[in-house]
Design a protein around this ligand. Structure first.
Ligand SMILES: NC(=O)c1ccc[n+]([C@@H]2O[C@H](COP(=O)([O-])OP(=O)(O)OC[C@H]3O[C@@H](n4cnc5c(N)ncnc54)[C@H](OP(=O)(O)O)[C@@H]3O)[C@@H](O)[C@H]2O)c1
Length: 306
């Protein structure tokens, strides 16, 4: 198969947060023939009825012969598998190679997983395990399997109302790091993330074997807050936090097995300098290469406020 003609794309994780966006964006482009890879135990009610769904009888942690048969004939696998199952992608990668698949997009879609400080702070599934999957893909380049990983920062629609400004968005309260309130970072909408993947596969030779860094918006906590105050026509209640104190409390909470600390740690690695949330400061922006449209921060925030 010529790499420039990826047409048959199978999407894994189509019932998650990002998966449905990937399915609908690939489905809307007549160049692609899209199908879904799912577990037999999964609820299929959310799948568009016209898209073929292939089911594996178990999770992706067992024998791959069934998977090889499903993947045969596919040109690319796009994985949006849950964080809890990131290592299982190795089984899918091995099966993809046996089936002759030429391209694999791993389930990254978030923080810059090359950042060592973030890797030390966050649980392995958010950074370390994702990076290990890219390293695994790198070892498979000799087998003809190419890959692209997408660094998106937090998903705008999920992260703004849930953790980037604290957890009290509905009551118009914002929690701001007093020492990093003006520090800029990147965030990407779900549709732009999906569009980036689709456009990368339209030109796979140029996209292959690299991380692509994208963003919808480059903002800070304070710049976001000021647009929100303008749009809502009122001053929000603001609590100022010391970032280091919040980090220490969250790390202690996590050590006790309390995963409610994750949003604080996500806010920390996004907003605090040195943890990779500001990846456009040192990385190359792939937006124009991927023909991603400009987005309006105001309109995107208005949608969230609705
Ligand atoms: N940047 C951000 O703000 C952000 C936010 C959320 C997620 N993400 C990233 O996006 C990617 C996808 O996350 P998501 O939240 O969309 O995923 P999710 O909703 O947790 O799950 C995605 C899919 O994974 C499959 N799955 C679930 N449990 C599984 C298991 N135990 N074994 C195998 N497969 C399983 C399911 O597909 P089937 O049921 O069809 O098998 C599920 O629909 C991850 O890499 C995540 O880190 C980023």
């Amino acid at each position: 198969m010529c790499l420039s003609s990826i047409q048959k794309v199978i999407i894994l994780g189509a019932t998650g947060h990002v998966g449905p966006h990937l399915v609908s964006i690939f489905d809307a482009d007549p160049h692609f023939e899209v199908s879904i890879l799912s577990r037999a135990s999964s609820d299929c009610s959310q799948f568009p009825p016209h898209i073929p769904v292939y089911r594996v009888s178990k999770n992706y942690d067992t024998s791959d012969s069934e998977l090889v048969e499903i993947l045969r004939g596919q040109d690319a696998v796009v994985s949006a598998i849950t964080e809890q199952a990131i290592p299982q992608q190795k089984v899918v990668i091995d099966a993809a190679i046996k089936a002759g698949v030429k391209f694999f997009v791993p389930s990254e879609f978030g923080h810059d997983t090359m950042n060592e400080q973030a890797a030390r702070l966050l649980p392995p599934c958010y950074v370390t395990q994702k990076r290990q999957i890219v390293e695994y893909l790198q070892t498979k380049e000799v087998d003809g399997l190419k890959w692209t990983a997408f660094v998106t920062g937090p998903f705008f629609e999920i992260a703004v109302p849930h953790f980037l400004l604290g957890s009290d968005f509905q009551s118009r309260r914002a929690t701001i790091f007093e020492d990093y309130g003006d520090h800029p970072w990147s965030t990407t909408t779900l549709d732009t993330t999906a569009m980036a993947v689709k456009n990368a596969l339209l030109d796979p030779t140029k996209s292959a074997n690299k991380y692509l860094l994208i963003e919808s918006f480059n903002v800070s906590q304070n710049s976001l807050l000021s647009v929100l105050e303008r749009l809502t026509g009122k001053k929000w209640d603001v609590s100022l936090q010391d970032s280091e104190e919040e980090k220490i409390l969250a790390v202690e909470k996590l050590a006790r097995g309390n995963f409610s600390a994750i949003p604080t740690l996500m806010r920390y690695v996004t907003c605090v300098e040195g943890y990779g949330g500001d990846y456009m400061r040192y990385g190359q922006k792939a937006n124009s290469f991927l023909s991603l449209a400009e987005e309006s921060l105001e309109s995107s925030l208005e949608k969230i406020l609705e």
